[in-house]
Design a protein around this ligand. Structure first.
Ligand code: SF4
Length: 433
């Protein structure tokens, strides 16, 4: 999972300073990664949900997130060939396409989506948060790179909470396994004060992000909380949580959104500003990246704005109150890993959707079920029925994929969405139940 902006699209939809900042941050990070073998900066590959960016940064190491490379490759039209190469090498059609995209890219010389060479990892750090595929993915990378691996075991929230002993179990692993490994590969001592500094910066950015996401409670919403928000969460879900530049980005973004809110303006979409908002929607599931712009337009052309989404919570459910706590470094990292969206059980995910529909006064909700991702897709039909039952609002169910263009059927999805919007309009006009 994960997201980061696609600069060509970003440049078209907005010239906000925050967007420029983000582009510069990403370009700078990829350049540093390319230089890492020469500069000696250690590189840690890790995944978005449960990432321990602040800890990695406190050791002076650079995080690299394979899911983000995969989705950016998808947005730039590179994923089809990478997936084909991985399938020719024997990876089944059923395997998550993020994995095949990443493996195909590594086989082709590991040139990242922005055209710079990606360094090999000094460490593979898996914070296991509910997705079995993560484990298999890093096994493949370990075979490929032959580097050290840490597997942080995060108990699933089977009964809807992280029990104190689960929290302790995660914190103990960080103390006794992860920190000594990071000390060994970076040659630095663990520095708790430095870690606290990064955690405090993270909390500041998290506050600002939540203010941005909650602005969608207003009418018109000044943001699109799915198509627009995947850009907003890019820095915090990837390499920049807990950094000065990340904190600056979110301060600036919050300021810009507050300005749009005060001016009564909607978000900028590929079709221009969406001030006249006919439908307020909640969306569950990741977007499709290979036809991202086309997909977004299927909503924006109909006057539909997304006011809340679950996908923008895969890197942290901050809007439900979690903040990194500099006063309890290991405990807060345990809480963070345990509370990631992919680690939540289905009743909790249903509760989230219901609360979004109510609090954001949505007219409808859409589930985008992606073929690749069992973590997201398993149980979604049951979730649809349950959310309909509890809110009295009918939902729409569409199917696509993350980065495999073979599974994005534009005509089918468009038809389904158009019928859904007609149904929402008829309900509104005719007052049907
Ligand atoms: S199956 Fe889903 S959560 Fe797991 S790696 Fe693929 S996209 Fe990510």
């Amino acid at each position: 999972m994960g997201h980061a902006p696609d600069p060509p699209l970003a440049a078209r939809v907005s010239k906000d300073r925050s967007m420029e900042l983000q582009k510069a941050m990403i370009a700078g990070h990829f350049e540093r990664l390319e230089q890492a073998p020469a500069s000696g900066e250690p590189v840690v590959y890790t995944f978005v949900p449960g990432n321990l960016t602040e800890l990695i940064r406190s050791f002076g190491a650079l995080p690299l997130l394979p899911e983000i490379n995969a989705l950016q490759s998808g947005m730039r039209g590179l994923s089809r060939d990478y997936i084909a190469a991985a399938e020719r090498a024997g990876h089944s059609e059923d395997v998550c396409t993020y994995v095949k995209c990443d493996i195909g890219m590594a086989m082709a010389g590991n040139i990242g989506p922005t055209g710079t060479r990606l360094p090999p990892p000094d460490l593979l750090l898996l914070s296991y948060t509910g997705c079995y595929t993560f484990m298999k993915w890093f096994e493949l990378l370990r075979e490929h790179y032959g580097c050290p691996t840490v597997f942080l075991q995060v108990p699933y929230q089977g009964d809807g909470r992280l029990a104190p002993e689960h929290r302790q179990y995660i914190a103990d692993q960080i103390r006794s396994d992860l920190i000594p490994t990071l000390e060994r590969i970076t040659g630095r001592r663990y520095d708790e004060e430095r870690l606290r500094h990064h955690l405090a910066l993270a909390a500041r950015a998290e506050d600002d992000l939540v203010a941005v996401l909650e602005s969608a409670k207003h009418r018109p919403s000044p943001i699109d909380a799915y198509f627009g928000a995947v850009y907003y969460v890019g820095p915090i879900f990837s390499a920049f949580r807990g950094t000065e530049e990340g904190a600056e980005y979110y301060r600036e973004l919050r300021r810009e959104v507050a300005e749009r809110l005060a001016a009564g303006q909607g978000p900028i979409t590929p079709d221009g500003p969406l001030d006249d908002q006919k439908y307020r929607l909640v969306v569950e599931g990741p977007p499709n990246w290979t036809s991202f712009r086309e997909f977004w337009r299927m909503f924006s052309q109909e006057g539909a704005v997304v006011v809340a989404s679950t996908y923008t919570k895969v890197g942290g459910t901050y809007d439900f109150g979690f903040r990194h706590d500099a006063g309890d470094p290991l405990g807060t990292m345990a809480d963070y890993c345990g509370g990631c969206y992919t680690n939540l059980n289905l009743p909790t995910r249903i509760d989230m959707l219901v609360s979004y529909i109510r609090e954001y006064q949505a007219d409808g909700f859409v589930i985008n079920s992606v073929k690749s991702c069992n973590s997201f897709s398993a149980g979604q039909l049951m979730m649809l029925r349950e959310v309909e039952k509890r809110t009295g609002i009918p939902g729409a169910f569409i199917e696509s994929d993350l980065v495999d263009p073979r599974y994005f059927s534009a005509a089918n999805i468009k038809n389904r969405l158009e019928s859904y919007f007609q149904m929402l309009a008829a309900r509104r006009d005719g007052g049907s139940p």
